[in-house]
Write a protein that binds this ligand. Structure first.
Ligand code: DHB
Ligand code: MG
Length: 210
C-alpha cells in the first residue's frame, strides 16, 4: 500500500490511546525487539474478535503485553485472555502492561514454554493468536486447532516472515516453521484460512471441523 494511504488508514482507524503508547514505549526502553504487532494489526484483531463475540482467547507469545491489551480489549468484562510466555523478562513486562491497562482480572498469564503448557489447557477457546517462536509452528497449529471451539478463529502473525517464506535460499528452521504453518492453514480440512497482508502478514482461519 502507498505510504500516504497507510498513514491515512492508521491515523483514522488505529489510534493508540496513552496506555498502549506507554506500554510500547516501555517495551522499547527495556530493549525488547521491536517485533510486536502494529496498531493497525491490533485494531484488526479487535474487530475480528468482536465479530465472533469472542469471550475466551488464547495467545502464544505475550512478549511485552502489547498485543494482549488489544486482545483483552476485544472481550466482554467476563472475558478471559490466556497468554503464554516463556521469557521471564517479557512475562514481567506483560504483567505490568496488563495491570496498567486494568486487565489483571481478565488476563491470565502463564509462564512457560508453549509446548509444555498447551497440553494442560482445556479446549473450547473462541480464538487463538499465535505469535511465538517460529520453529515449532506446525505443532502450534495442531494444538491451536485442538483447543479451538468449532467456528473459532485461528490467527497467526508473521505469515510472510519478512519475505523469507518465498526465499528458496532460506532453509532456516524459523522460515521452515512459518512455511509449515501456512501450508497447514491452507490445506488442513479442519480449517478454512486466508492471509491478510497487514504488516508481516496475518493468517486468519476458521475451524470448520473436528
Ligand atoms: C519477528 C517478528 C515477529 O512479529 C515475531 O513474532 C517474531 C519474530 C522478527 O522480526 O524476527
Ligand atoms: Mg509476530
Amino acid at each position: 500500500m502507498d505510504e500516504r494511504l497507510e498513514r491515512y488508514v492508521a491515523e483514522l482507524f488505529a489510534v493508540e490511546d496513552p496506555v498502549l503508547a506507554r506500554v510500547r514505549g516501555r517495551h522499547a526502553e527495556a530493549g525488547l525487539p521491536a517485533i510486536h504487532i502494529s496498531p493497525e494489526e491490533g485494531q484488526l484483531l479487535l474487530v475480528l474478535l468482536r465479530a465472533i463475540g469472542a469471550v475466551t482467547v488464547l495467545e502464544l507469545g505475550a512478549l511485552g503485553g502489547y498485543s494482549g491489551i488489544w486482545l483483552a480489549r476485544a472481550l466482554p468484562p467476563h472475558g478471559r485472555l490466556t497468554t503464554i510466555e516463556k521469557d521471564p523478562r517479557h512475562a514481567t513486562l506483560a504483567r505490568q502492561a496488563f495491570a496498567e491497562a486494568g486487565f489483571q482480572g481478565r488476563a491470565r498469564q502463564i509462564e512457560g514454554a508453549a509446548l509444555d503448557v498447551l497440553p494442560t489447557l482445556p479446549p473450547g477457546f473462541d480464538a487463538v493468536f499465535v505469535d511465538a517462536d517460529k520453529e515449532p509452528l506446525a505443532q502450534y497449529f495442531e494444538w491451536s486447532v485442538r483447543l479451538l471451539r468449532p467456528g473459532g478463529l485461528l490467527l497467526c502473525d508473521n505469515a510472510f516472515f519478512h519475505g523469507a517464506v518465498v526465499d528458496p535460499a532460506d532453509r532456516s528452521a524459523t522460515a521452515q516453521g512459518v512455511r509449515a504453518f501456512n501450508r497447514l492453514a491452507a490445506t488442513d480440512p479442519r480449517v478454512v484460512s486466508a492471509v491478510i497482508p497487514i504488516r508481516d502478514g496475518l493468517v486468519v482461519g476458521v475451524k470448520v471441523a473436528g
